[in-house]
Design a protein around this ligand. Sequence first.
Ligand SMILES: Cc1cc2nc3c(=O)[nH]c(=O)nc-3n(C[C@H](O)[C@H](O)[C@H](O)COP(=O)(O)OP(=O)(O)OC[C@H]3O[C@@H](n4cnc5c(N)ncnc54)[C@H](O)[C@@H]3O)c2cc1C
Length: 425
Amino acid sequence: MAASLRTFRALARPARQVRLAVSLPTAQQRLHSSKHPKGFEPPTSEDLDELRERVQEFTRREIPEEVAAHTDKSNAFPNDMWQKLGDAGFLGITADEDVGGLAMGYQAHCVVMEELSRASGSIALSYAAHSQLCVNQIQLNGSPEQKQKYLPGLIAGTSVGALAMSESGSGSDVVSMRTTARAVDGGYVLNGSKMWITNGPDAHVIVVYAKTEPEKGSKGITAFLVDTNTEGFSCARKLDKMGMRGSNTGELMFDSVFVPTENVLGKVNGGVRVLMEGLDLERLVLSAGPLGIMQAALDVALPFSHQRRQFGMPIAHNQLIQGRLADMYTKMQASRSYTYATAKAVDERGVIRTQDCAGAILYAAERATECSLDCIQLLGGMGYVEEMPASRLLRDAKLYEIGAGTSEIRRMVIGRAFNKEYANA
Ligand SMILES: Cc1cc2nc3c(=O)[nH]c(=O)nc-3n(C[C@H](O)[C@H](O)[C@H](O)COP(=O)(O)OP(=O)(O)OC[C@H]3O[C@@H](n4cnc5c(N)ncnc54)[C@H](O)[C@@H]3O)c2cc1C
C-alpha cells in the first residue's frame, strides 16, 4: 500500500502546486520547510480523505474488535503489526521520501493516528511513540547519516523505535533528569534509568535524553540515538497498566552504555531544544488519539442506544439519552476542529503555536475521558462488563490526560506562552 499511496501523491502533485502558487505567500511557503521533508507540499482535503479511507480499510482488515480486545486482555503488543503498519506506509508519514517516508505532514499523521486509535487505543499509542516520538525526531534532528542508518528500517517496520525522557524522579519536571552521559574517547557513556517508556520493552533504537553537563541544568542536556543491543542497556520490567494495555511500557536501565559520537542527535547540550520542539508536535499528533477514542465511544453508543429498548421504545428516543449523545458528538467535533486547524497551520504556514499544540491535546483528552464515561452510562449494565469495549475506551482515554505532559502541565504551558507574548508586547 505504501507504493500506491506514493503513486497517488505523485499523481496529485501538479494540481497542488498550482493551488499553492496562488494561495500561499512566498514567505509562508518557506516557513513550513523547517519542520517538513524536502519538497513537502501540504495535502489537499481530498488527499486527506483518501488517506483516511485507506487507514479505515487497514483497521477493518488488521485491527478488528477481536484484535483490539485481545491486545488489551493479553497486555501484549501484536508484534506482526509493525510490519503491517510498515507495509501500509503509515510509519513514515512525516519523513523524507528517499528513506521510505510519505512526506505528507502533520494533518496526515493526525488522520492515521485518529483512525488507528478508533480501532485500538493501545496499538495507536505504540504507533505514535514509534512514528512521531522516534521517527519524526530523527527526521527533524538527524544528520543525513543518522537518517540513512535508522529511518529505512523504522519506516519499513523491521525495527521498533521509542523515546525516553521521563524518569521515576522527573516526569513533569523533566529537565531535572538524572541520567548522565559522560564524554569519553569516541563518544559518551550513559548511566541512569528511564521510566514509563512506550515501546521500551520492544525497541531497537531509542531517542534518549541525558545530562552531558549536569551543572548546567537544562542547558546541559543532550539527545542520543541508543541501539538497544548495546552492552549495559536493559529493560528492567514491563509495566502492568490500567489502560493502554498491549502498548508495551517499560522501565529502562543504562549501566555504562557506550554511545558513539556520531549518535548524538542534534547538538551537544542542545537537547532541551530538541525535547521542547519535539513536545509541541508530539502533543499535536497525540491529540488525534483521544479523537479516535471519542469516535469509538460513539461507534458503540449510537447503535446500542437505537437497538436497546426499555419502556417499549429504543432508549435513544428519550431526551436525556439524546442530550448525552449530542454532548458526546459535539465534544468530539469541537476537539477534531481544534486538532486539525492546528495541524493545518503547521502544514500550510509553518506555524507551530505551543499553546495550540498543548491546547488541542488538553481539550481532546479531557473530552475523551468524559465521552467514554458517557458511553459506559449509556450502555447501563453492559457498559460495566468487559465483553463490551466501553471500559477499555475509558481506561485508554485516561492516559491522554497524563502522557506527553499532564493536563496541569499543559495548562501551565499555555499560561507561560501567554506570559511570553505579553512580556514581549
Ligand atoms: C502509559 C504511559 C506512557 C508513557 N510514555 C512515555 C514515553 O514514551 N516516553 C517518556 O519519556 N515518558 C513517557 N511517559 C511518562 C509521562 O510523560 C509522565 O508520566 C508524565 O509527564 C507525568 O510525570 P509523572 O508521572 O512523574 O508525574 P508527576 O510529575 O510526579 O506529577 C504528579 C501530579 O502532580 C501534578 N503536578 C506536577 N507538577 C505540577 C505543577 N507544577 N503544578 C501543578 N500540578 C503539578 C501533575 O500534573 C500530576 O497530576 C508515559 C507515561 C505513561 C503513563
